[in-house]
Design a protein around this ligand. Structure first.
Ligand code: ATP
Ligand code: LTN
Length: 327
């Protein structure tokens, strides 16, 4: 069976960009592939986190993974910090990566911009991500568009290691969706929808109420025309809303264009509110049930055991190749 690995940071609330670009797609793999989905809490502390919030967000994300339809009897769900092989391989890979390649990472440049002090962890973040993926002989990594460069680095690290020490790692392939791999901010269609954007109407979170969803969509930027047409270059705001509509309802972009011909943005946005609310409603009610059931901790515990078992085998192989004494 082919293996799939992906991770989401437990920073702040999960938004529909995370859902459409990544988490919703995770569910599609669970029946045919051996899936590992991680809550990458070690990554999240590359930027300051409030300990109480980090704790809450980590359990909330686990419950959300299940609420969107990931079945713990089919997939392995776990917390990165509970599986020490991740930190250990990250160090070994850091000693096989170059500052030149890390300097080129655009996410590092963006996230360090304007900051007075930047942690070494933010700089080496992509190497920890490479360790996450390579520890499981991963074939496929479903992610949003913003992670493309990190996965190219991961592949480079794997290929280089295999050349130096002999065949060790499976070289993974990113799986980036055709539509929805980069959902844009609702208030500025030139920027990606992002957890770190503090303006509440820039995004829709999976746990937002219908009235908040309505407000954010009705306020979203469009343009001075009134035509519903998919044209990312000239109509980025409307095109972004159309992608949200398309990915959450299944209606094709062509059918959306025909349905709203001559109707204007008001009618389109009003229906989009319905589409989003009805896509999120089942997730929200399942989420509440899962939290109450108390099963989250048990699932994470079992997930960590399985992740340790699989990743230990690969880590030991790497250590032997490097020349460490193993008993
Ligand atoms: P931040 O923007 O604050 O760095 P984030 O929103 O990117 O956070 P992550 O936990 O880093 O959140 O991302 C989880 C997954 O969601 C990744 O696969 C990422 O590529 C994807 N993703 C993030 N933002 C978007 C977006 N706007 N559109 C589509 N996919 C996205
Ligand atoms: N960097 C990713 C989160 C992440 C990840 C991973 C994604 C950490 N490790 C391994 C896929 C595979 C992000 O979303 N910002």
């Amino acid at each position: 069976m082919k293996r799939v690995f992906s991770g989401v940071q437990p920073t702040s609330q999960v938004h529909i960009g995370n859902y459409i670009g990544a988490i919703k797609r995770f569910v599609e793999f669970q029946n045919d592939m051996d899936c590992f989905f991680c809550i990458v809490d070690l990554h999240s502390i590359t930027l300051p986190q409030d300990p109480k919030k980090l704790y809450e967000n980590s359990l909330q994300l686990a419950a959300l993974y299940m609420a969107v339809g990931l079945d713990p009897s089919k997939v392995t769900l776990f917390l990165q910090s509970q599986v020490p092989t991740h930190s250990e391989l990250a160090w070994l890979l850091q000693c096989n990566s170059y500052t030149g390649e890390l300097n080129r990472m655009t996410q590092f440049k963006e996230k360090s911009q304007g900051k007075e002090s930047i942690t070494a962890g933010l700089y080496t973040y992509p190497v920890l991500m490479a360790a996450d993926v390579l520890l499981y002989d991963t074939n496929y990594v479903p992610v949003g568009n913003d992670q493309k460069q990190h996965l190219e680095l991961c592949r480079d690290i794997a290929i280089r290691f295999n050349k130096k020490y002999g065949e060790t790692f499976v070289v993974p392939e990113p799986l980036i969706g055709k539509f929805g791999a980069r959902i844009m901010s609702l208030d500025d269609a030139s920027k990606k929808m992002s957890k770190s954007n503090e303006y509440e109407h820039s995004k829709i979170n999976l746990l937002d109420t219908p009235s908040k969803i309505k407000k954010s969509i009705m306020k979203s930027v469009t343009d001075s025309e009134s035509e519903i047409r998919f044209d990312v270059e000239n109509k980025p705001g409307v095109s972004n809303l159309m992608v949200i509509y398309n990915t959450l309802s299944g209606m094709s972009l062509d059918d959306i264009e025909s349905k709203y011909k001559g109707l204007g943005y008001g009618a389109f946005k009003k229906d989009l509110v319905e589409v989003v609310v009805s896509a999120l409603e089942p997730i929200q009610s399942k989420y509440e049930k899962i939290l109450k059931s108390g099963e989250v901790e048990k699932v994470l515990k079992e997930g960590a055991e399985k992740a340790k078992e699989v990743s230990n085998g690969i880590l030991n192989k790497v250590k032997k190749k490097i020349g460490f004494v193993m008993f």
